[in-house]
Ligand binder design. Structure first.
Ligand SMILES: [Zn+2]
Length: 480
């Protein structure tokens, strides 16, 4: 007797192979059968006639660390078919907490909850209250600096470097899947090569990885990519280039060079992957130095001027009778969306073999970037169905099996007997994002049913419990 039987759907198993018409049986938290299950009884049957049945999507780039505590329903994830998120990106994570007095502006991306003392405490908290979806965590490099350095904007002393490495070692022992750097942000930007290599060597001992918001995504993008590749070359640490992009029209097209450099590294045997979100606008904290460089900047939140959320910086500056840089200073601390990417280039980067999908959603923003609610259905609707730049099977692989391999998440990202029952049922003909720049929290459509570890989480979680798990790195592959 199966617990759940999903009948008559087209199963895309995550491998990239062609869809096939069959049933999926679930027993407890696992997939127990895939095939013709017409003779098997089940407590619940889901008719998926005409629909796609796929592994739940893995969002490789989240900032939901504290949202698992603050807003644990995570509707912006489940409504997209996301069943696992990797948090702790861009150098900032829910743990470890800074030394009192140390802080960094980028920590505001995470939320209001105080940071956790260490990763073990963070994981124990999530496990005791249960996460709605599965979560894997990176340790933020900014956190490591803020937790160990008397002057986090300086160069670490030998003792401070050793303390950072010890903290990282403890976090990886607790189950973190790697560490993230935010080299474009304070204080991550203060790090030099030796500091990063020292941390990467600790990660290698745990077979964990390094993800990076690189030092520069505009005029210096090639050197910034090469810096991360060099850390990988010299330490053999696997790396992921986060939300890869080339900003400002004068740099559009330079991904031809950055991707070629990644390909060379991959050909040498380096483990390098990347991710994108499917939009031509980016979003992070408001950076006044960008005010005159980028024409279109839209405010997502502001502590001193919350009424300005959703407005364009140029309109605010005009109303205030000041220049845009001054307006940005008055709005800070604040967040913004920057329109400075080429959509055609985003689509080209997406087609790269090593490219995954990461929402980079910022759930704490008053008027967030629509990627928070729309990323995965947008790929399926606009890149697959409308633009046809990859097949549906390829897109699903980029959202499932590829990230499961890169992040070492065993028995995830695939639909086969024995795998964890993370499943999404969707309509390939209608799936689409509905979140826009003006209405960024509209739920997507075309996602029918989402299950995490065999329990439904969307459209409702009828069991009333949260079925997610903390995923700790279990490494299957070996790297020379
Ligand atoms: Zn980032």
């Amino acid at each position: 007797m199966l617990d759940i039987k999903i009948t008559n759907g087209w199963v895309i198993d995550g491998s990239g192979g062609a869809r096939r018409r069959c049933d999926v049986g679930i027993t407890g938290e696992r997939v127990s059968a895939v095939g013709d299950l017409s003779t098997m009884a089940a407590r619940r049957e889901i008719d998926a006639t005409g629909k796609i049945v796929a592994p739940g999507f893995i969002d490789v780039h989240g900032h939901d660390d504290l949202m698992f505590v603050e807003r644990p329903d995570l509707r912006w994830k489940t409504s997209q078919g996301i069943t696992t998120v990797v948090v702790g990106n861009c150098g900032v994570s829910g743990a470890p907490a800074p030394i009192p007095g140390n802080t960094a502006a980028a920590l505001a991306l995470l939320g209001e909850t105080p940071l956790f003392a260490d990763m073990a405490t963070y994981f124990a908290t999530l496990e005791s209250q249960r996460p709605m979806i599965n979560v894997a965590a990176l340790v933020g490099h900014a956190n490591l600096r803020l937790a160990t350095m008397a002057d986090p904007r300086g160069k670490p002393t030998a003792d401070e470097q050793a303390a950072m490495e010890t903290l990282l070692d403890q976090a990886l022992t607790a189950g973190a899947v790697g560490f993230s750097t935010g080299l474009a942000y304070d204080p991550g930007a203060c790090a030099d090569f030796d500091e990063l290599a020292g941390l990467a060597r600790v990660a290698v001992r745990h077979q964990a990885l390094h993800t990076s918001h690189i030092r520069n995504e505009a005029d210096e993008v090639e050197a910034a990519v090469d810096e991360v590749l060099r850390v990988g070359r010299e330490t053999r640490c696997a790396s992921v280039l986060s939300h890869h992009k080339c900003m400002l029209p004068r740099n559009w097209g330079r991904s031809a060079m950055t991707l070629a450099n990644m390909d060379r590294a991959r050909a040498e045997g380096l483990d390098v992957a990347l991710d994108i979100y499917p939009y031509p606008g980016s979003s992070t904290i408001l950076i006044p130095e960008r005010a005159e460089i980028i024409d279109d900047i839209r405010i997502t939140w502001s502590t001193p001027h919350p009424e300005c959320s959703g407005e364009f910086l140029r309109d605010i500056a005009q109303r205030w009778g000041c220049d845009k840089t001054e307006a940005a200073r008055r709005l800070s601390p604040a967040g913004a969306i920057y329109f400075a990417m080429d959509e055609a280039e985003v689509q080209r980067i997406f087609q790269h073999d090593g490219c995954m999908v990461g929402s980079d959603g910022l759930p704490n923003d008053a008027q967030p970037h629509p990627r928070l609610w729309g990323t995965f259905p947008r790929v399926l609707g606009r890149y697959v169905r409308e633009a046809q730049i990859v097949t549906l099977e390829q897109a699903v692989a980029k959202m499932t099996a590829l990230p499961a391999r890169v992040f070492g998440l065993a028995d995830r990202g695939c639909l086969r007997e024995g795998a964890w029952a993370d499943v999404v049922v969707f309509d390939a003909d209608t799936v689409i994002d509905r979140a826009t720049w003006d209405a960024p929290t509209e739920e997507s459509s075309g996602i029918d049913v989402v299950m995490v570890n065999g329990a439904q989480v969307y459209p409702v979680a009828p069991e009333g419990n949260r079925p997610g798990r903390v995923l700790k790195r279990t490494r299957q592959k070996t790297q020379s």
